[in-house]
Design a protein around this ligand. Structure first.
Ligand code: FAD
Length: 444
């Protein structure tokens, strides 16, 4: 059909762009082109098990091979030192190259190059690309903006947290076991990691507005002085030497309040970028990208449902942003030594005072018609919303939840669920999970 032949161009080949391209391929779109250039700097990043799961769900294969086993993570926070848990340290250059390989292996057209300009109209997009000095023009009917924090957004309204910068220094020392560490200090926090080749990544995060940072030429010295005060930095800088190389990047939380139009969508960091403290950047990038193919599919195949699909994407992105922002806020609040320092002061009050999780309240359950992903499309169905799940729950263990809430609300007693389970032929295990869910909402 004509929809399959729709040229879709994805700008950026990080985890978000890669996941969207793979998802579109799975939905049968054969004319997908990804334009990307590798990250211009090397970095290690820490990820959790659910990121590995998300990458697997997205269909990555070579990228998964680049993820090492979990390694020890040391923490000094609020004056207490511990070896709390583990994380997997990925080398982003190797990981991102493997993403490109995954795309190529799955038959997705990849143009390696730098996007110089994008001209957008209601008819489509014209993209100018610098590919190793050669200028290429590509036309697209639909555009996926996945260039991360570098994605231009002059026209979009955005919500920004406190302006933050992270300065990364590279050190080299003896080969030791892979590991990472976190430590707080009065003007910010440090994340440190070493890979299996003895390369060390020392990242210091500061507030931009509080003017603690010196002029650029003095930055290396300033960072060194700071690192020398940190207990957790010792194993990373002792018997190691500073390479002289440094990379500063903004790490301000940013939400794009207009992340979708009729013929374009923003995903990953281009839609919302979280504070790196939460270690959830790649996870959130994948979250918005795993559902994006269904949103795009709806815009192209069922344009009469465009508003529904757009609302779905923007609501999900916004909800995710605030959830991570509050998780970050509560983590900052566990550091109580420097409440009068402006770095900590601003971050423990942003974005608001709302708790991460709202108290369950059986009387606040509502059945509403809201958008969900249904077989590769966005569909409006009856879901159950609760104070903690404003976007709604459609299924529980494969069983639609709304009929149970309606049965409970019409009869006002929990035993109403029993006949509903019978009517719907639930297995004992499914019935149990329904009852457990109601119990967790405060039903008795
Ligand atoms: P990106 O991974 O940024 O991918 C965008 C891609 O687009 C890149 O390959 C880039 O080269 C390309 N691109 C940009 N502009 C152009 C252009 N003009 N032309 C062509 N290509 C272009 N997350 C974690 O999970 N764990 C961590 O430990 C962690 N640490 C972080 C530390 C810092 C200081 C920061 C700022 C972020 C950190 N993150 C971390 C977040 C993580 O890096 C991002 O959330 C994640 O990479 C977002 O994925 P993405 O695909 O949206 O964007």
């Amino acid at each position: 059909g004509t929809v399959e032949a729709t040229p879709i161009v994805v700008l950026g080949a990080g985890p978000a762009g890669g996941a969207v391209a793979l998802g579109l391929k799975q939905l049968g779109y054969t004319h997908v082109t990804v334009v990307g250039e590798p990250r211009p700097f090397s970095a290690l990043e820490g990820i959790s098990e659910r990121v590995v799961e998300g990458l697997r769900n997205a269909g990555f294969c070579h990228a998964l091979d680049k993820i090492p086993e979990p390694s020890a993570r040391f923490v000094t926070w609020n004056g207490v030192s511990s070896q709390a848990n583990t994380e997997r340290l990925i080398d982003r250059s190797a990981f991102d190259s493997a993403i490109l390989m995954d795309l190529a292996m799955q038959g997705i057209h990849v143009i390696q190059g730098r996007v110089k300009e994008v001209e957008t109209s209601s008819l489509g997009h014209r993209i100018s690309i610098d590919s190793s000095g050669q200028m290429i023009e590509v036309e697209a009917t639909f555009l996926v903006e996945a260039r991360g924090r570098a994605a231009p957004s002059a026209k979009q309204k955005r919500i920004r947290g406190a302006e933050t910068v992270s300065i990364l220094q590279y050190w080299q020392g003896e080969v030791e076991e892979r590991r990472s560490a976190v430590e707080s200090f009065p003007q910010g926090w440090a994340w440190m990691a070493m890979d299996e080749k003895g390369k060390r990544y020392l990242q210091l995060t500061f507030d931009v507005a509080s003017a603690v940072l010196p002029e650029k030429s003095r930055l290396p010295e300033f960072c060194l002085e700071k690192l020398n005060t940190l207990e957790q930095a010792r194993p990373f800088i002792e018997n190691a030497s500073y390479s002289g190389e440094m990379h500063a990047r903004t790490s301000t939380p940013i939400l794009c309040q207009e992340s979708i139009g009729d013929n374009w969508i923003r995903v990953g960091d281009a839609a919302m970028a979280v504070d790196p403290l939460s270690g959830n950047g790649i996870f959130q990038a994948l979250s918005s990208s795993l559902q994006a193919p269904a949103v795009i599919n709806t815009l192209l195949r069922e344009p009469e449902r465009a508003l529904l699909a757009q609302r779905f994407h923007q609501l999900r992105v916004t909800e995710l942003f605030f959830r991570f922002a509050r998780i970050g806020r509560d983590f900052y609040a566990t550091e109580k030594q420097w409440a009068d320092s402006s770095f900590w002061e601003t971050r423990i009050h942003w974005p608001d005072n709302q708790p991460i999780h709202m108290e369950p309240d059986i009387n606040k359950l509502q059945v509403k018609t809201l958008p969900v992903v249904n077989q590769g499309l966005i569909d409006a169905v009856e879901v159950v919303t609760s104070p903690d799940q404003p976007l709604g729950i459609w299924h529980l263990n494969g069983v639609p939840l709304a009929p149970f809430v309606q049965a409970y609300q019409s009869q006002g007693i929990i035993s109403a669920l029993r006949s509903q389970c019978r009517d719907m032929n639930l297995t004992p295990e499914q019935s149990r999970s329904i009852f457990q869910w109601f119990a967790a909402q405060g039903a008795d």
